[in-house]
Design a binder for this molecule. Structure first.
Ligand SMILES: [Zn+2]
Length: 173
């Protein structure tokens, strides 16, 4: 009995946590997420699903609002070069400077740093037994892609972003 009890307790705990995440996140099945919302003075943008659907293009909507991923080597920015800044396609918040863009070979636009840490919300995504870190725009909560720790110096980070989640704004000369 002494051995069984801790297992029973653990089982009940798992049951409790699973139940909780399902009621909180009804449309995102089997996902465990830990939210790390950065500190800052970001004014959040909140819109209804219908509003986003109206405003965004079909691909943008699927990526930003439904966490879809565009196929690699198909997006408009993976090979893109130019001096400027990449902004969120949902709300226009500046996310990545072209100086931090590099060729990762992944087929998605890749950056080794964000313009500012407060512009990106990182969420630990434990779906399908993997641990990945999802990145979202901190202003409108639009899904951007994921960040990995196999990037180049000086950060060692690789922000892997969907082209459909960003727009390029060229630097004025
Ligand atoms: Zn945004």
């Amino acid at each position: 009995m002494k051995i069984v009890f801790p297992f029973l307790l653990a089982f009940l705990l798992v049951l409790h946590l699973t139940g909780k995440s399902q009621t909180r996140d009804t449309n995102q099945s089997e996902e465990t997420k830990t939210y790390q919302i950065p500190e800052g003075m970001i004014q959040k943008i909140e819109k209804s699903d219908a509003e986003w659907r109206n405003e965004l293009g079909e691909d943008q909507y699927k990526i930003l609002r439904q966490c879809s991923t565009e196929p690699p080597f198909t997006g408009k920015y993976y090979k893109h070069k130019g001096e400027g800044v990449y902004v969120c396609a949902g709300c226009g918040q500046e996310l990545f400077d072209s100086k931090t863009k590099y060729e990762s070979g992944s087929g998605w636009p890749s950056f080794f740093a964000a313009v500012d840490k407060t512009k990106i919300t990182e969420i630990v995504d434990k779906t399908y037994g993997m641990q990945r870190t999802e990145i979202k725009c901190s202003k409108c909560d639009g899904h951007l892609g994921h960040v990995f720790s196999d990037g180049p110096a000086p950060t060692g980070l690789r922000y892997c972003v969907n082209s459909g989640a960003i727009d390029f704004v060229e630097k004025k000369k």
